[in-house]
Ligand binder design. Sequence first.
Ligand code: ADP
Ligand code: ASP
Ligand code: MG
Length: 546
Amino acid sequence: MRSKVNPEIGHNPRLPRNHRSLHADSARTPAFSTHLPAPAGEHEHVHRSLQRPLRIMKFGGTSVADASCMQRVAEIIHTAARESDLVVVISAMSGVTNKLIEAALQSESGNREAVAQVFSQLRAQHGAALTSLIQSDTRRNRIGQQMQELFREGERLCEGTCLLHELTPRARDAISSLGERLSAPMVAAVLEQGGLASQCIEATELIVTDSYYGGAEPWMDLTRERSSARLQPLIEQGIVPVVTGFIGASEEGVLTTLGRGGSDYSATILGTALDADEVIIWTDVDGLLTADPRLVQDACLISEISYREAAELAYFGAKVLHPKSLQPVMQRGIPLRIRNTFAPEKLGTKITPVGCTDTGGVTALAALTDAAMITIGGPGLLGVQDVLGRTFATTVAIRATVLLIAQSSSQNDICLVVSSSHAKRTLEELRHEFSHDLSHETLEHITLDSTVAIVSVVGHKVRGMSGVAGRIFAALGRENVDVIAMAHGASASNISFVVAKKDVRAALLAAHREFQLGEQVSPTFPVSSSDAPWAYQPERTGSNPD
Ligand code: ADP
Ligand code: ASP
Ligand code: MG
């Protein structure tokens, strides 16, 4: 556990003696104002006490989409810093990572004009935000120069890719990482401008990963060592570290990314590495909802949910959370909250080890449209040696996760669902692995169907509840939605079924209605209330396995 103030001397020995207390000074200190920057050199170093929790607060792309969003983020951080020690994790401005990947792909095709156009758009977007955010010429010029250096770095990487006509995974990561490296310094600068001591830190200094570009995995021991060594001293001095989300670095120091949407994962990795009291994912919706609100309009807020259920939802398509983001915090019992940057008075969703067990049934739905189904089949399948073992060995070798697997009762067919991005490669590798069986016709076919999606029904112990699967089939049947395959029983809290992509919305609406998920009420909280989620609640809801 993190060290706290020594009560014997009433002062943290690691804090400077002249350390200022925000609370002690609050009568004199003007409330944070976006228009009133603190006098130069004057910073509210945050007060630390026995009861001061450490919170990791991650802000997603829409939360930092432009200057006014960044101001709002700064206000949330400033308010939270009155009660908590903070580490902030920042995503790229909305749409920026997509544009960078577009530039990377255009460079591979040698399209220099398109690359130049992307960089000119990005310069304009970031320049506009910087100009309206930062009033001090010196501070603005300093950040502006850093940004120009990053743009030049990106352009050089794209030029190298143009020359080679090859986009290596390493270059793709380096190019797509620029968004976070551009946005985080702006947020740190706006905090400083508002009088909160802050420092931008690149996560390459903190998160140590393997070298699997585009989806790197953290090495937690090294990450823990580096993060504590780099961040604890700042926290203890009352400085808020603002960390670039999405990225890490291999042990050799080469930049890696954690996969699309990976800033959530950065936050939970850092939360675990620093043994934080809570991780808060600030986004553009009220929390985790009973279904994707873009598809189901009356989706409702879930006020509390278990790690297990939230992990199932994230894994099966609830974009609000990166699929792996629950893994680190689950191991340590650290609560995770999802909250709305644009409605900070709302409580959001709290994700805890046990969740809310009295919901009685289905908690929420998720849909994964980025999926494809591979079918291995033929009457001779039963005679093919170790089909499942060889299938899994093949998918593991190319790191393609099998999202769902089903076998026909006659054992003539096996179908597995993988993400669309892995589908073609998985098909090729399986055809290679079973080439002998295909040529001797013990296997008839290995085929790919890219028109499918997975819909998941998630709930506490949904497996053990009688009639759930029947109700799903009946509800879908009424909407003429065919169930192509189904996985029921592997997970206690999830029933997943495969439908045609075109039927996803109808399937979600039917299941949402069937399980009456649209009838819950979202609680609200005043921002300043001591019961607000950032007010410290010392007990953890779950066990810490350590
Ligand atoms: P951020 O930029 O903050 O990381 P994302 O776009 O990655 O935000 O995730 C938030 C979005 O996830 C929401 O705007 C919503 O459209 C989508 N979403 C999908 N499923 C759910 C769900 N079950 N609950 C909440 N949001 C969901
Ligand atoms: N900027 C990255 C992405 O768009 C990571 C994130 O936003 O979480 O995928
Ligand atoms: Mg996201």
